[in-house]
Structure formats: C-alpha cells, structure tokens
Write a protein of this length. Structure first.
Length: 581
C-alpha cells in the first residue's frame, strides 16, 4: 500500500468534511447531505458518500475524494493535503515525501517563516524590550496566560531584526519577499514590515500561522493596525480570526459570536465564551460568511456600539442574510465594546445578553425609529423605504409576511400600504444556480451501477457477462462499466478511487450523480438487484433480436421472397417461445 492509499484508508471523509460542513444523514446507505461550501446555496445539494469516500455537489458539480476536498477548502496542493491528513492521523511520511514541487516548497517555506517570526515576536515580548507592550496588555486586562494562548508578541522598533533572523535561517530571498513579513528596499535588500507593534498571529482553519496583525505602540503612527498583505498562504477575504480555536465551541453551542477586533476576541474567549471570531481587520466578505455557515447558521453580531459599529453591523447583516444565516444583534448596555463589557461584568452576564440579543428585523426597525421621526408622515415614509430592502433579504415567505405586518405596527402605517410598497419595490435578486437534474443516465443503469459498486459478488458474477450483450454498446453508462471492469482486474481489491481515476471528468460526474441519486436505494440486496438489471438487459437484447427478425421478414415479403419470409417467421416463433419459457 503506497503512502496515498495508507493515508486515505486512515481517514473518514464524512468526519473530515463534517468538521467544515453541517451534514445530515440521509437514509441507511451512508449518504450525507449539507450546504455546499464551494458555492452560495440555500437548499442543500452537497452529498457525501461514506462507503465510497466521495463527495459531489448537484449545484456546482464539485466532486472528489478527501484529498481533493482538503485541497479546495484549504487552497493547497495535493502534496500539502497529503501532509495535513497524514499529520492529522499520526502517519509518518517517508523522506521521499518531502515533496519538491515548487508550489508546495514555497508554501512550506512561508509557513516555516511565520513560525520563526512568531517565536521571535514572542521572545521579544517576554524580554526587557517588551516591558511597554506587557504594560499595555496588563492595562487592557490581558493576562499572561491569555497572551501565551493567543501567541501575542512584539515586533521591536527595528528595521531589520526579523530580516536578519530569516537570513540566519537561510530562507531564499525570493521566498522571503513573498512572505509579507518584509518589504523590499529600492536600494536592494529588505526591511521589516512590522516595527514597534504588538503582534497578533493569524491562523488558518488548520491552526497554522499564515499572517499577522500589528497594533501600533508608538503615538502618532499613521496606521493604528497594520496587517500582513495577501500571500500564497494568506487570502484575507477567506480568513476569520480565531476560527481554528472557536470552531469546536461553535458546533457545540450551535452559534457564532462575531466581534470586530482582536482584543474583543481575546477578552470574550478568555472569559470562557469560546465561540467567538472576528474578521481580520476588513469588512466581512462572502467567503468569510460561508466559512461561518459551515459550522453554524446561527450568528450573533456584537460590534462596537458607536455609529460606525452600527453601520458595520447593518452591512454585515445584509451579507449574512443573503446566505440564509439566522442573525441576531447584541448592543451591550453602557456603550461598552465586548472586551470592556466582559471584563466589567463577567462571562455569565455576557451570555445572558447573548440570549436576549435582538432579532435582525427588530434591530433594523429600532434603528429606523432612531434615524427618522416616525411621528411625521415624511419620517414614516422614509422609515418604510429604509426597511423595505431589509424585508426583501428575508428568504422565508411566511416570516417576510409577518415582518411586513410588524413594519406597519412599528411605523404606524396601514398594513395594506406596506404590502403594496413591498410588492412595488420587489427587485430581481440574484439567485443560487438551480440544482442540476440528476444527470443523463437512465434510472435502470444507475441502479445497476450502484448494485455493482456495493457487492463484490455482484461484480464477479455480472460484470464479465455485460460486454457480450449487443445492447452493451448502446448503454450511456458503458464508459463507467468499462472502467469498473478495469478497476476490478488484477490482484488489488476494488477501490472506488481507482475507478474514479479511470474516468473522464464528464463520466465522473455521471458516476457521482448515479451514486447520490435520490431514487436509487439498493440496500442489502445488491447481488439480487444486479442480476435483475442484467436480466432486464437480456430482455432488451431479445427484444432487439425480435425487432431485427421482424424487419427482415418485412423486407423478404416486399421483395417477394416468400420462402425466406417463412423461414424467418419460424425462427421468430422459436425465439418467442424461448422468451415465454
């Protein structure tokens, strides 16, 4: 067994995908269903098949095995995916697995550089040079243990401390430049990007450090926060701060708390509320929303209570609602941000506030009443126009109708007028791509393929008999059946991945649609079903032979060759008698 097969056999694709996508079991065939992590959708079309260790999306046609899933989710090469899964399961890779493809080497070097940088920053914080930074953390209520857990560090006020360290570690200049940790000088060489800043390591979902955020410690700095630029290992639109720590708590609690900044995350998390994340110094993106949705569809937005925070909350909620997330909003009393509030009041009081957080629409309606004087007709009209787009973002029709009635009550407007304005303001909103039909394979052929996949005996008894049938050449599934015959040849046990590797991309799609087809449920009677399908093909064969004989009889009669016509009729009668028996 080669290293790829060894790693693949040690992991369960359902478990790996289930850590990133909420999956629900469908029936007893080992099939699971969830929302696709690779495209925006509201109705689950992403299927995972446990027995075959394979996934397929009926919405966007994404498909593959566990390696392809990790590659696509993490944005890594096959070799990196192999390493991640091997490490996950404690499988040591042989020396030859130190892969030499350029992309993998670059990513490995960049990850190693970030570990070197994090260790240096951490060391700086704990030494004499870190006294001011430690005093700042103490003032903000960050304990040494929390600083250690989050890997906080210090980039000292030096132009080249990290640059020199990376040179000492003998990283190539080409790789160093792509790391985002340094900046190239016009005169040649590099200088440190981060100087005199408190450093916050940013991790990917697997827990690897891929970037940093730095808070200025010197007064008068133009940028209070400076973040790493994008790099081959860091795409800021896809990363959420603290998600790698919080994801288990999110799945356990069924809810995510979204805050604005690093310090808010550290304060809330350290208090014991673990399901907390933040965007990495940017406005929330669609990719980040989809990352959140993979773990829970419920979210509480708890941004700063000022006007800028309220505007950010509204923008954020619009994006969350378009992904059909269930959104609530928490505005903490006293005008405090989450970090300040939890330090003054503790985790229990904060959790109680989370439970009492406002529903999306109630928060929007309260904001409308604060923005507009609803005592006047002009204010009521302005408030209605402000709220209509929010109503449209609610995807459930019943909930939308209920909200429309609440708008009338909130603004003191007649219900009929609200509904009329709602209909008039309807816009052509972009929709999720329609789910594709279940492929072009006839149902009987899907049934045959599934039966053959599920039974060694069915493959042994039925597969060799298929190619001798005349109808075999006309089957839509012929390429799949031929690949199946090839995958079963030799001494190796049948492997679904081996079958899949023999198929074109189009036929892989047909195979996946067959495996995940709703109308196909072979169950335990796979051999019996395979034999029935084969018998049905035999019947098609006999019907084809009868049709050919009938056409020959008509041709003989048209040509006046009655002797030949009679001979053919006798042959047809004998054939028909055999069919009846």
């Amino acid at each position: 067994m080669d290293i790829k097969d060894q790693v693949k056999s040690s992991v369960d694709i359902v478990q790996v995908i289930g850590e990133r996508v909420q999956l629900k079991k469908q029936g007893s065939t080992g099939r699971y269903l969830g929302l696709c992590p690779f495209h925006q959708e509201k109705t689950p079309s992403f299927s995972v098949h446990g027995p075959h260790q394979f996934y397929y999306c009926f919405g966007c046609s994404a498909k593959g095995d566990v390696f392809e899933f990790v590659q696509k989710m993490e944005g890594v090469t096959f070799f990196d995916a192999l390493k991640l899964l091997a490490e996950r399961n404690g499988i040591p890779l042989p020396k030859r697995a130190e892969f030499s493809d350029p992309e993998s080497k670059l990513r490995s070097a960049l990850l190693e550089m970030h570990e070197v940088a994090a260790a240096l920053f951490r060391k700086n914080l704990l030494e004499q040079a870190g006294a001011e930074a430690r005093a700042y953390l103490s003032k903000r209520g960050v304990s040494p243990s929390s600083a250690d857990e989050f890997g906080l560090g210090l980039a000292i006020d030096s132009w080249d401390q990290l640059t020199r360290r990376l040179q000492e570690e003998r990283f190539s200049g080409e790789y160093v430049e792509q790391s985002g940790l340094v900046t190239r000088r016009e005169s040649g060489g590099f200088y440190d990007r981060f100087r005199a800043r408190l450093m916050f390591p940013i991790h990917n979902e697997s827990g690897k450090i891929i970037a940093f955020g730095g808070r200025a410690l010197k007064a008068g700095e133009e940028a209070k926060y400076l973040n790493s630029p994008e790099s081959p290992i860091y795409q800021k639109k896809s990363v959420l701060y603290n998600l790698h720590r919080a994801k288990d708590a999110i799945r356990k609690s069924g809810e995510t708390v979204l805050v604005e900044g690093y310090m808010d995350v550290i304060g809330v998390y350290s208090s014991g509320v673990r399901e907390v994340v933040a965007s990495c110094g940017t406005a929330l993106t669609n990719q980040q929303v989809r990352s959140l949705k993979r773990h829970s569809e419920n979210i509480v937005v708890n941004f700063d209570p000022d006007t800028a925070g309220a505007d950010a909350t509204e923008r954020c909620m619009n994006m969350l609602l378009e992904e059909s997330m269930r959104v609530r909003v928490l505005e903490l009393p006293g005008g405090l941000d989450p970090d300040e509030y939890v330090k003054q009041n503790g985790a229990d009081v904060y959790r109680q506030n989370l439970k009492n957080a406002s529903g999306y629409f109630h928060w929007m309606a309260d904001r409308a009443r604060r923005k507009f004087d609803v005592r006047t007709s002009e204010g009521r009209i302005a408030g209605l126009k402000y709220l209509l787009p929010a109503i449209h973002r609610v995807t459930d029709k019943l909930e939308r109708a209920t909200i429309a009635e609440e708008v009338a009550s909130y603004l003191g407007i007649e219900r009929g007028l609200v509904l009329d304005q709602f209909r008039r303001s309807a816009v052509d909103r972009g929709q999720v791509p329609a789910r594709r039909e279940t492929g072009s394979l006839p149902a009987a052929e899907k049934l045959l393929i599934n039966a053959l996949l599920m039974s060694d005996e069915a493959r042994e008894r039925v597969l060799p008999r298929l190619p001798v049938l005349n109808v075999y050449g006309s089957l839509v599934s012929k390429p799949i059946l031929e690949a199946l015959i090839g995958a079963c040849s030799g001494e190796r046990a049948f492997d679904f991945g081996n079958l899949e590797a023999r198929l074109s991309d189009k036929d892989r799609g047909l195979l996946a649609e067959s495996v995940f087809a709703d109308e196909v449920n072979v169950g335990d009677g796979a051999l019996e079903q395979a034999l029935k399908c084969y018998q049905a093909l035999e019947e098609q064969e006999r019907e084809l032979s009868c049709s050919v004989l009938r056409e020959k009889i008509r041709a003989a009669e048209r040509s006046g060759n009655l002797v030949e016509a009679l001979r053919l009729m006798e042959e047809l009668n004998r054939f028909s008698s055999k069919r009846k028996r």
